[in-house]
Design a protein around this ligand. Structure first.
Ligand code: ZN
Length: 164
């Protein structure tokens, strides 16, 4: 049965409200460590107590998923502030270090021109799925005890997990 400290392997699809598929497991199931915040809280909670073979449909509101969109996390940055050879295009993602030393992932969502004609790069620190209601269809393939090392690391090792 699924509980904290179990490694859970699932096949899943993720769709938005419009029914468009956003993500899915590949030929191999995804493995995650239950109770370690490897997956969004709204999904993790609904999988607690389930067992191998269960098929679960879960709808997760943004607050229990990737959070609400924060308009303050969107900023137009002059193209000239980037290295000349940086691959600046809509959809590109990159990691920056904030003044407080945290790493933050940004996505480029638009490239516009400012009043002076200079190119502006719209950088969005929101998760790409922030503000989306998430529709998961999950099939539980395997449940096993986590190893001590996996518990310490807070993630799964081996098939479907981290390799390091
Ligand atoms: Zn590890």
């Amino acid at each position: 049965m699924i509980e904290d400290g179990k490694v859970v392997s699932v096949h899943y699809t993720l769709k938005n409200d419009a029914g468009e598929q956003l993500d899915a497991s590949g030929s191999e199931p995804l493995a995650y460590l239950h109770g370690a915040q490897n997956i969004v809280p709204g999904l993790e909670r609904k999988l607690t107590g389930r067992k191998v073979g269960d098929k679960v449909d879960v709808v997760v509101d943004p607050g229990d998923g990737y959070g609400m969109r924060d308009p303050r996390a969107v900023q137009d940055v002059p193209r000239a502030a980037f290295p000349p050879d940086a691959p600046i295009e809509v959809g590109a993602a990159f990691v920056v270090e904030t003044p407080t030393g945290e790493l933050m992932q940004l996505h480029i969502t638009a490239i516009t021109k400012g009043p002076d004609g200079a190119e502006l790069v719209r950088c969005d620190a929101n998760h790409p799925l922030a503000g989306e209601r998430l529709h998961f269809a999950v099939e539980i393939v395997e449940v096993r005890d986590a190893t001590d090392e996996e518990r310490v690391h807070g993630h799964v090792h081996g098939a479907g997990g981290h390799h390091h």
